[in-house]
Design a protein around this ligand. Sequence first.
Ligand SMILES: *Cc1c(COP(=O)(O)O)cnc(C)c1O
Length: 381
Amino acid sequence: MSAQDRIPLTRPTIDDATIAGVVEVLRSGWITSGPKVKEFEAQLSQYCGGRPVRAFNSGTCTMEIALRIAGIGPGHEVITTPLSWVSTSNVILQVGARPVFVDIDPTTRNIDLSRIEAAITPATRAIIPVDLAGLPVDRDALYLIAKKHQLRVIEDAAQSFGSNWHDKPIGTTGDFVSFSFHANKNITTIEGGCLVMNTEPESRLAEQYRLQGVMRSGYDGMEVDVPGGKFNLTDVAARVGLGQLPHLDEFTEKRRALAQQYFKLLSSHQELGLQLPVADFKHSNWHMFQIVLPESRLKINRAQIMASLDSAGIGSGVHYPPIHLFALYRRSGWKEGDMPHAEYVGRNILTLPLYPTMTTMDVERVVNALVTILQANIRSD
Ligand SMILES: *Cc1c(COP(=O)(O)O)cnc(C)c1O
C-alpha cells in the first residue's frame, strides 16, 4: 500500500467463500427469506446460548417489534440515552410512546445508570440502553434497576455483537437484545439485524410482526391478528451473515489490537488534552474508536479537523449528535442544557478509522495526521 491510499472510517471484510456462497444463493432459485435465514437464525441462537432469535432486515425494526411484543405504546414512557443513532429513540415514537432521555456518563459515554431511577414515573415501561462503540453498559446494575421497577429492557446492542459482560457474550443473558448487521457493524448482512427473546411465544409473535402479522396453517390456512410490517431478511443477506459469523473472534481481536495501538500512540500526546475512550480490553468489541476533542482550546472547529483529515486521505465520523436536540425531539420540549454531558460529548466526539483489515501502520498514519492538525490549531494552557 502506498502512503496515498485512503483510510476509510470503516469497511466490511467479506471473504471469497462468502461471495461464492452468495452467487450460489442467487442461482438457487430461492433468493428471499428461506433456508439460509433459518440456518443463520440457528447459528445466532447457538451463539446466544440457545435463546430464541429471529432475523430481520434491520436492527431498527427489531427494537420496534420488541416494544410491540412488550405491549408498549401510547401513554407509556421509555427511558433511553441521548447519545446514540437516532434509531434508538425513533422506535419509541413509532409505537406511540414517549422517549425519556437520561444523560450519559461522560467517561463511558453510555447512559448514566445512577440517574435512571430519578427519571422513572408511573408511565415508565422500559429502558433501552445502548452499548456505544461496543462498550457494554453495566448489566448487573441495569437489571437491578429493571427488576426493582418491573421494567422491560430492550438492549440496543447494535454495536456490541462480540462484546461480553463478565465473560458472557452480549445476547446470552438479559431481556430483549437487539443486534444490527448494517454494513458498518462488526458483522454484517449488508442491511439486517436480529432480536434475541426469552420465550417461544415471543418469538412466534416476532415472526408475525416481521411479515404483515400473518400466521399460516396447513396448505391453505391464513390468519392475521396483529398489524405486522415488512421486515424479513433475504436469503442472500443471510448467506453474507453466515460467512461473517466464523470470523467474529478474529475481527474482534483485530479491532482490539488496533485500539491498543491508538492508545499507545495517543498516550504520548497528553499535551493535546484529548479525552480517550475507556481502555477496556475485556468487555468491548471495539466497534469504534472515539476521542473527544478539547473544545475550549481549539482554534478550529470539528468540521475543519474532519476536512483536514479528509485531505490527508483519512475518513472520520461523528457518532453522534445528541438526539434530544433534533427538531423532532425539541418539538416535544427537549432543549439545550437538558443533557449537558451528552451535549458536550456530542459536540466534540470524533470517530477515527477502525476496521479489521486496517494495519497498525494505518493507525500510525491516522494519529500522525491528527496530531499535526491539532498541534497547529490548539492554544496551549
Ligand atoms: C446501527 C444502529 C442501529 C440501527 O441499526 P440498523 O440496522 O441500521 O437499523 C441502532 N442503534 C445503534 C446504536 C446503532 O449503531
